[in-house]
Design a binder for this molecule. Structure first.
Ligand code: FES
Ligand SMILES: [Fe+2]
Length: 353
């Protein structure tokens, strides 16, 4: 069902403060908090005594006290105190602690084997913390399985119908779809070439990033799915034929899709851009645009999930437009299958001959 030996976005930096944040990640109850020295901790949100949610308890400094009978747990998951037991708590009371890394405004959590948790494997959203970019991140949790959202995001063909009233344009829908399949990611490109820079119809999907008039520009959409659950959409406007245009206006929409349960997911959304850096109202406009578009997708995702829940979901009949979707799902299934085969022993090592 899941590829566990990967980093998943579990929270956003601004959510972690003095309080306790409870969130279900890959069907596991997780409690997150920030220690007094700024580190983000993620623990199993389940007391080892009688399963009470620790997120309903309280902090005593950097220790969490269970609300039921007062057992206390440190950031490493070990039980540090059992009230009225005058000896060190046994190791068997330890709860699970997840590796975490805070990067690019997300808290990344590793739900698999901690020994394999290499921060170098975290998907790249570096522009979200770089100078020269501005934007924001937010979260929407949707009651549909994450695979339905991955399929939706990898598919630049549904705009013509689902988003006909908002971001869809004829020029975009006529542009060819180019799909590139890589080892662990899939790229889908759609480029409107040689359009007038001040053509409002062509500018609509590229998020209002209007270039100065009088020049022909290309407007490219580039979707990347990074298995198992990261995603972004970059829309770039550049002088026609000049992909390295130093004046290119770029919008970058995220982001990771983390399974919550088998039938729901967390979509960590974001919008960043490399122009109009001080224009707060543009940030809000782009947030609204992304939310509006996503709200057009969501009813369909919910209905697909309904079919699964009712046991009436049938295998898809793919079309040529599904090339990127099929490639992404194939990579995801390969990752899941590889973990199933490797089991608890970690990556398969092929001995040299
Ligand atoms: S359930 Fe947590 S202390 Fe009893
Ligand atoms: Fe959509």
């Amino acid at each position: 069902m899941y590829a566990r030996n990967h980093w998943y976005a579990a929270g956003m930096s601004h959510e972690l403060g003095d309080g306790l944040l409870a969130r279900t990640i890959l069907e596991e109850p997780v409690l997150m908090y920030r220690t007094s020295d700024g580190k983000v901790i993620a623990l199993e949100d389940r007391c080892s005594h009688r399963n009470a949610p620790l997120s309903l308890g309280r902090r005593i400094g950097d220790v969490i006290q269970c609300p039921y009978h007062g057992l206390e747990f440190g950031g490493g998951g070990s039980c540090t105190k059992i009230p009225r037991l005058d000896r060190k708590p046994p190791a068997s009371y330890t709860i699970r602690a997840y590796p975490t890394v805070e990067r690019d405004r997300y808290v990344w959590l590793w739900p698999g084997d901690p020994a394999l948790a290499d921060p170098a494997l975290i998907p790249d959203y570096s522009w979200q913390s770089q100078d020269g970019w501005t934007g924001t991140v937010w979260l929407r949790t949707i009651k549909a399985g994450y695979v339905f959202n991955i399929e939706n995001l990898l598919d630049l063909s549904h705009l013509e119908y689902v988003h006909a009233a908002t971001i869809s344009t004829e020029k975009f829908n006529d542009a060819p779809v180019i799909t590139e399949v890589h080892e662990n990611h899939v790229d889908v490109f759609r480029t409107m070439e040689g359009v007038d820079s001040d053509d409002p119809e062509a500018a609509r999907y590229t998020s209002g990033s209007a270039a100065p008039g009088g020049e022909k520009v290309d407007r490219q959409s580039h979707v990347r799915y990074i298995a198992p659950s990261a995603f972004w959409l970059h829309t770039t406007t550049y002088r026609s034929g000049c992909k390295d245009d130093p004046d290119a206006k770029i919008n970058r929409f995220g982001g990771p899709n983390t399974p919550e349960t088998a039938s729901s997911h967390h979509h960590f959304m974001s919008t960043y851009r490399n122009y109009a850096l001080d224009d707060e109202s543009l940030t809000q406009l782009l947030v609204d645009m992304a939310n509006t578009a996503y709200s057009e997708d969501i009813p369909l995702l919910l209905k697909q999930q309904d079919r699964v829940d009712a046991g009436t979901y049938k295998p898809i009949r793919a079309l040529p437009i599904d090339k990127g979707v099929l490639a992404g799902i194939k990579i995801l299934e390969r990752l899941i299958e590889r973990e199933r085969v490797e089991g608890k022993d970690g990556p398969v090592v092929i001995a040299a001959e």
